[in-house]
Each structure stands twice: as structure tokens, then as C-alpha cells.
Design a protein. Structure first.
Length: 413
């Protein structure tokens, strides 16, 4: 046990325990937003672990296969048959009610460290997981609970699932504060029947803590109209977005790709298969890569004329905010969670995810019309500064945590 891990960096400031996936860039973005203001730790859900260089103190619940800094990491798992069985069991009951080892670990961490606030990063699985722990180990009232809803996937379809709907409503009603990334998601949360008092605690904030608009504006690689490339940051297949229609749209661009590249990132096996099926002359112009460092993504966006992000279910993607700040004109789908903040033809061009012709038409317009691309880039700098500038989001988040911690202390005194 490392004394440095146990010693709070800011002894007079509140303690916040985050619960979520340690490999997620959204996790890193949000915690980095406030870690200079509070004593923060992360309970890492199994099926992931943090980057080696990330300094946030983290309770690690599965083997990384490597040694790590004991001052920044606390190992909770045991590499024996029992420990491995617990890890395997987690993958089968990630949303289930069983009291598995990770749930008991979280309860022990909370009892030992006594955080003022527990913040669950996403409802599925972190919010569901914590709800089980909270109820089974009698944690209600021991600390304040912030429930963060990420994107559309937490609510958009899940609220229609008869098995999940009661669990969603229970989590929303028990949380002391709810964060979501769009007014549309806030309205969905309100429709699930939470009390007016609880409704006042719903705050709309970017899921990853926003972007540094000034720094990203300074990183532009020339005006938008002078750029030629396209960036597709999430070129993978999943339930929330489909890659094949985008590949079909790319095939339809023909000679418009001459002298251009489409950077396809975060590829998975299925998207790789469709990429392999592209004609050779198009495939050469469309480099496909798996996950790359976030700094490289930002560099590509800052040099791109167009950012592609068609989807079936979404919130307000952080990549959309980044594209806005970096001058890449977005192509996104007209989902409720997006159209409540973004205007077609002013901030982006809309194209439905399952319609290759719409995607190809939107790309073509942005490639052919310098005035349109320039106007969108200018409008988006204003919009992203209003909605997602990191300094403003940070001040609101700090005030939220301070208020919750003070209320919790008054409740306990």
C-alpha cells in the first residue's frame, strides 16, 4: 500500500470518487477538467485500464499485464483462480444484480476513503453498477451522487426497454445531480417522471468537459476553404452508427477524391472488411487506422475541410465540438439530440446514417462550395465557444461539486 496514493493532495478540499471505464477519452477529459480543484480518484470498471502516464489515482480492477506506478494505481484484483473467475463473471453480469467481486470492491473503497461525491460516468454500465452497490450495501445518504448521462445511447432506445426503464427511473430519482450533454436528453430524463425538485438538478454540459476553443483555433492548418482532406473520427461499426453507408457514399464521390485523403480512424474488424472491398484507387486515398492518440486526431481535424459523423443514436459528440473549434465543416445526422443545438446549412450539413446518397451529397457540397465551408467554420467558432468552452464548463462543474459537498457535510453534521 503506497502512502502517496492514500494521502490527499488537497486536504481541505472535497473528495470525488469517479466510477467508469478507465480507458475512455471521455473519462480522461472530464476528470482532467476538475482534478486540480479536488481530491479525485477513479474506480476503474473491469474491461479496461488507464494509460500509463495518466496521473489520476485509480483503483484497477483487472490485470494490465504490466507493472504500474503504485503512487497512482491501487490493484484490487488477485491473479489467482478466484480473481480470474471474478473478472470472467463480470463480463457476463456487467448489468446484472449479482454481488460479484468488483461490486464488493467498490463498496470497500467507498467505506475506506469516504468520498463527499460519487460521480458515475455514464448510466450504462457505471450508473447501473453503482445503483446495485448503493442499494445492496446501504450507501444512500453517505455521499452525494452525480449521475452523468453520456450521449444518446444511455436513454434514446433504453427507455423503451421494459427491463431497463425501471432501472433508469430509479437511478434518475436517487441521484443528487444529473448531467447530460443536450437539452433533448434532459427532456427525455424529465419525461421519465422525476420530481420537479430533481429536475432542477439536471445540468447540460459537454460529456468530456468541453474543448479549449482558443488553443484549438490556434492549431488550424490554414483556412477551411484551403483544406482538401476529410476526417472520419469514428469509422467503426456499432449499434449506434453504421459504417457501410459511409463507405458506399465514399465510393460515390469518384473524381472528387482526386488529390484528397479521407482519414478513417478507430476502425474495427467490420469496418476493415468494408474498407478492403473498396476499389483500389479509392482505398489508396482512404487510410484506415485503429485507435490513435487524441493529439493526432486533433491534428488531422485541424487540417481537414470536412468531418464525418453520421449516426443512428447520439448525443452531442465531443468530436463535433472539436471539429467546430478546428474549422472542419461537419456532416452529421439530424437526430433530436443534435438538431436542438445545431442548424442545417449553418453549423453542419445533415445526412441520415443509412442513406449513402445523402452523405455523398453533403460531402460534395462542402468540397465544392468554398463560401459554404467558410461560413460554417465561422459560425461554429461562435457556437462552440458558447456551448463548450472548457473554462466555462470547468467553473460550472467546480461550483456543482462544491455545492454538493457542502450540502453533504451539512447533512452529516
Amino acid at each position: 500500500m503506497s502512502p502517496q496514493f492514500e494521502r490527499d493532495s488537497l486536504p481541505r478540499r472535497p473528495r470525488i470518487l469517479f466510477v467508469g471505464f478507465a480507458h475512455s477519452s471521455h473519462t480522461h477529459g472530464w476528470i482532467d477538467l476538475v482534478r486540480q480543484d479536488f481530491n479525485v480518484r477513479l474506480f476503474a470498471l473491469p474491461l479496461g485500464f488507464p494509460p500509463d502516464g495518466w496521473p489520476v489515482r485509480t483503483y484497477v480492477t483487472q490485470s494490465t499485464g504490466a507493472r504500474f506506478d503504485r503512487a497512482a494505481r491501487r490493484k484490487l484484483y488477485v491473479l489467482n483462480k478466484v480473481g480470474l473467475a471474478a473478472q470472467n463473471a463480470w463480463s457476463r453480469v456487467v448489468n446484472g444484480p449479482a454481488i460479484d467481486a468488483p461490486r464488493s470492491w467498490l463498496a470497500r473503497v467507498i467505506a475506506a476513503w469516504k468520498p463527499d461525491v460519487v460521480h458515475t460516468l455514464g448510466l450504462d454500465p457505471a450508473g447501473y453498477f453503482y445503483t446495485d452497490v448503493r442499494e445492496r450495501f446501504g450507501l444512500a445518504g453517505k455521499h452525494a451522487w452525480v449521475l452523468q448521462l453520456w450521449g444518446g445511447s444511455d436513454l434514446a432506445l433504453a427507455r423503451f426497454d421494459q427491463a431497463k426503464a425501471p432501472r433508469i427511473a430509479r437511478a434518475l430519482s436517487h441521484a443528487d445531480a444529473v448531467l447530460t450533454d443536450t437539452p433533448a436528453n434532459r427532456d427525455i430524463a424529465l419525461s421519465l417522471g422525476i420530481t420537479p425538485k430533481k429536475a432542477a438538478g439536471i445540468a447540460v454540459m459537454p460529456g468530456a468537459g468541453g474543448v479549449d476553443v482558443t488553443a484549438l483555433r490556434a492549431a488550424w492548418s490554414g483556412p477551411t476553404a484551403q483544406r482538401r482532406d476529410i476526417c472520419w473520427p469514428k469509422a467503426y461499426e456499432c449499434p449506434w452508427s453504421k459504417a457501410l453507408p459511409v463507405f458506399e457514399a465514399v465510393k460515390g464521390l469518384g473524381s472528387r477524391l482526386d488529390g484528397r485523403s479521407i482519414h478513417m480512424l478507430a476502425a474495427n474488424d467490420e469496418s476493415r472488411a468494408w474498407h478492403n472491398a473498396l476499389p483500389e484507387d479509392i482505398r489508396r486515398r482512404c487510410p484506415l487506422r485503429e485507435r490513435i492518440p487524441h493529439a493526432e486526431i486533433l491534428k488531422l481535424l485541424g487540417a481537414s475541410r470536412v468531418m464525418l459523423a453520421p449516426s443512428l443514436v447520439d448525443g452531442m459528440p465531443n468530436s463535433l465540438y472539436e471539429a467546430m473549434a478546428l474549422g472542419a465543416a461537419p456532416v452529421v445526422s439530424p437526430l433530436d439530440e443534435i438538431v436542438c443545438l445545431v442548424n442545417d446549412g449553418r453549423n453542419a450539413l445533415f445526412a441520415r446514417n443509412l442513406y449513402p446518397a445523402e452523405i455523398a451529397q453533403a460531402i460534395t457540397r462542402l468540397l465544392d462550395d468554398d463560401a459554404l465551408a467558410t461560413a460554417i467554420a465561422a459560425e461554429n467558432l461562435k457556437l462552440v465557444n458558447d456551448l463548450a468552452d472548457r473554462a466555462g464548463v470547468r467553473s460550472r462543474a467546480v461550483a456543482l461539486y462544491d455545492g454538493l459537498a457542502e450540502r453533504q457535510r451539512r447533512r452529516g453534521s
